[in-house]
Write a protein that binds this ligand. Structure first.
Ligand code: NAP
Length: 303
């Protein structure tokens, strides 16, 4: 029986059945801040001619739910960024507008990453292995659905090898900063996310994070809490380390806020060579975060 497209928000991992994608709502807000302009080393054509002084930034997983928002934000800030996207398929490329600055490549193939990385100043990694739901689950019967990863698309291949390939390709291209979005939960081998498909997803994500931290390239590792498809810029963001936030009531964050933190990390020296857990207070509690310099200044962890 063909499954209806549906999605489940696990504590920290949004999984989709049969590749069905829950797409991000329209972007709702942006935080304008001043930006020290840099000269781009990029060539590029078409839309890339926007600003000779802007920083050339590639976001991978640009067809994904958070990646789409980052790509859109980069394109909205043409005075600061020359945005590029990397997606896995022509279908994903069309979904985000099909512009010439969207490259189609599989991150498991190192050579495929070369054209997208050529001339970039910064890289934002938003790719992830995504488990699929086994067919036959009937929510009306109760119980929990089971999930699996497709052959060749396990976290070891996508979150470890695929992210390592991206870091290597960016390093070869002379990148000056890499922002990597990972997940909270990686300090606990027994985290339930590691049991999905018996694939240890958090272990492989963590291995890629360590590789980045050891690379010598300035980096920012953002370990997000459970992602929500809600408006950005309306909550107070919370920084943590070592999964402390998972022991609290505040362990979710809007994808739009994660996207903004990725962008702000590119702009602020305070974000460099740091690793942070990211969540937010519920809307209406606290003050919406707008001072990202202070936010990153709170971070002391390097891994
Ligand atoms: P998402 O929608 O699942 O997007 C992941 C993207 O990775 C997709 O666009 C996918 O391309 C791409 N991808 C997968 N394999 C690829 C390959 N071999 N080559 C090229 N691209 C590939 O992402 P998200 O839910 O916004 O999550 C963003 C990040 O936050 C991820 O690292 C995730 O693990 C992390 N995170 C998620 C949660 C949560 O609650 N979901 C919590 C904490 C952290 P296709 O579109 O072609 O499939």
């Amino acid at each position: 029986m063909a499954m209806a497209a549906r999605s489940f928000l696990c504590p920290h991992l949004h999984v989709s059945s049969a590749g069905a994608a829950i797409r991000e709502k329209p972007f709702l807000g942006a935080h304008g801040i001043s930006f020290p302009r840099r000269t781009s080393r990029s060539g590029g054509g078409g839309a890339l001619a926007a600003s000779a002084m802007a920083s050339t930034v590639l976001v991978t997983g640009a067809g994904g739910r958070t990646g789409q928002i980052v790509y859109r934000k980069l394109k909205e800030r043409r005075d600061q960024f020359i945005g590029r996207g990397l997606v896995r398929s022509e279908e994903s490329k069309e979904k985000i507008g099909g512009a010439d600055d969207v490259f189609v490549a599989d991150i498991r193939d190192p050579t495929a990453l070369v054209p997208a990385c050529q001339g970039i100043d910064a890289l934002i990694i938003l790719t992830s292995a995504v488990p699929k739901m086994k067919p036959g689950f009937d929510p009306s019967q109760g119980g929990r659905p089971e999930f699996y990863f497709e052959d060749g698309m396990f976290p070891e291949q996508v979150d470890w090898i695929g992210q390592k390939n991206q870091i290597d390709a960016a390093a070869t291209a002379g990148v000056k900063h890499i922002v990597l979005v990972g997940s909270m939960g990686g300090t606990d081998l027994n985290n339930p996310l590691n049991r999905i498909g018996n694939a240890n997803i958090l272990v492989w994500k963590r291995k890629a994070e360590q590789y980045l931290a050891d690379s010598g390239i300035p980096y920012t590792i953002i370990r997000a809490g459970g992602l929500q498809d809600s408006a950005g810029g309306v909550r107070e963001l919370l920084i943590g380390r070592d999964d402390e936030l998972l022991k609290t009531e505040t362990r979710t964050v809007a994808r739009a806020d994660v996207a903004e933190v990725c962008i702000q990390a590119l702009l602020l020296e305070e974000a460099k060579s740091k690793a942070l857990d990211l969540a937010s207070k519920p809307e209406g509690q606290g003050s919406p975060t707008s001072d990202f310099k202070s936010l990153f200044s709170q971070v002391t962890a390097t891994f």
